[in-house]
Design a protein around this ligand. Structure first.
Ligand code: ZN
Length: 303
């Protein structure tokens, strides 16, 4: 068994309106699900992805309006790495982000920048044949758009035995995992000499993609490898197992289905607050306390 690369990366924001603006208007992703954190339904869980809400392109945020700025440290993912199609795309993004007032750092086939709360992102030119996962945006042509995740960079010491047991293969210092649909990796580096603090602008966990039918087997595999997995939790749009790998990074294994279009028309993903059926009874309580968020595509001309 191997993972089909990264399923999603979940992070923390203290400012949902600015977060929506950055990921949809600036980076050109689509808000594909506006829902609540199933472990704390009084706060948002926002999902951004390609046009179809595909695993492999899905960056998500828990909104804690009073969260203090965090700091990536030991046992935390510190950078989310995205694919683009060409060096010209890197140039496009250097210009676009620069015009928005974001500092960018170009280095060969890579471009680094941070989101408004300091979460590090990196764009790299893709050298794999995986399908580009692209969202529509009126100012961002498909050729230069983000194409989904390439990998994540974390602080800590990689556990060879554990990662190998989970089907990762080490290649040039990276732990790579690839199955039928896609591939992705995690790279570890020594932590800076400051303590990590979860908070706004940090990564909460990284989820690896599994086939629906493999989820039980993955649960057992994590146990056999010495991990301490949760039971399989039904997140409605996918099923999940959570555990910390030995370096301390919170991993999730999430299924490639059923997906975000099970309860919303694909044409209208993300426009309304969606609660899974088990949470619908909370709507009257949670809707008034959530920060109002506009539909990011409301101003678009009819396509
Ligand atoms: Zn998750």
């Amino acid at each position: 068994m191997r993972f089909d690369g990264i399923h999603h990366v979940t992070c923390i924001t203290a400012d949902a309106p600015a977060n929506v603006d950055f990921y949809t208007r600036v980076l050109g992703l689509r808000l594909v699900k506006k829902t609540v954190n199933q472990d704390d339904p009084t706060v948002y869980h926002l999902f951004y992805a390609d046009e179809d809400g595909s695993a492999g392109s899905d960056i998500t945020f828990f909104e804690y309006p009073n969260a203090r700025p965090g700091q990536a440290g030991d046992g935390m993912v510190h950078t989310v790495v995205w694919r683009v199609g060409s060096p010209e795309a890197l140039e496009f993004w250097a210009n676009r982000l620069g015009a928005e007032g974001h500092e960018v750092e170009a280095d060969g086939e890579s471009l680094r920048f941070a989101n408004p709360e300091g979460l590090q992102h990196e764009l790299v030119v893709s050298h794999v044949a995986d399908e580009p996962l692209v969202a529509h945006h009126p100012e961002i042509p498909r050729e230069v758009a983000l194409w989904g995740f390439e990998g994540v960079r974390a602080y800590g010491r990689a556990s060879d035995d554990f990662l190998t047991a989970l089907g990762f293969e080490q290649e040039e210092g990276r732990w790579d995992t690839r199955a039928e649909t896609r591939g992705g990796w995690i790279e570890y580096a020594e932590a800076p000499h400051v303590a990590g603090v979860g908070g706004a602008g940090t990564v909460h966990h990284v989820a690896w993609a599994s086939k629906m039918e493999d989820q039980e087997a993955w649960h057992d595999r994590v146990l056999e490898a010495g991990g301490n997995p949760t039971q399989i939790i039904d997140r409605f749009w996918f099923r999940s197992i959570y555990f910390r790998e030995p370096a301390g990074v919170l991993f999730e294994i999430a299924t490639l289905g059923p997906g975000f279009t099970t309860d919303e028309d694909p044409e209208h993903l993300g426009e309304k607050l969606i609660l899974p059926p088990a949470f619908e009874h909370l709507r009257e309580r949670v809707e008034p306390v959530l920060t109002p968020l506009p539909d990011p595509r409301a101003g678009w001309a009819k396509r």
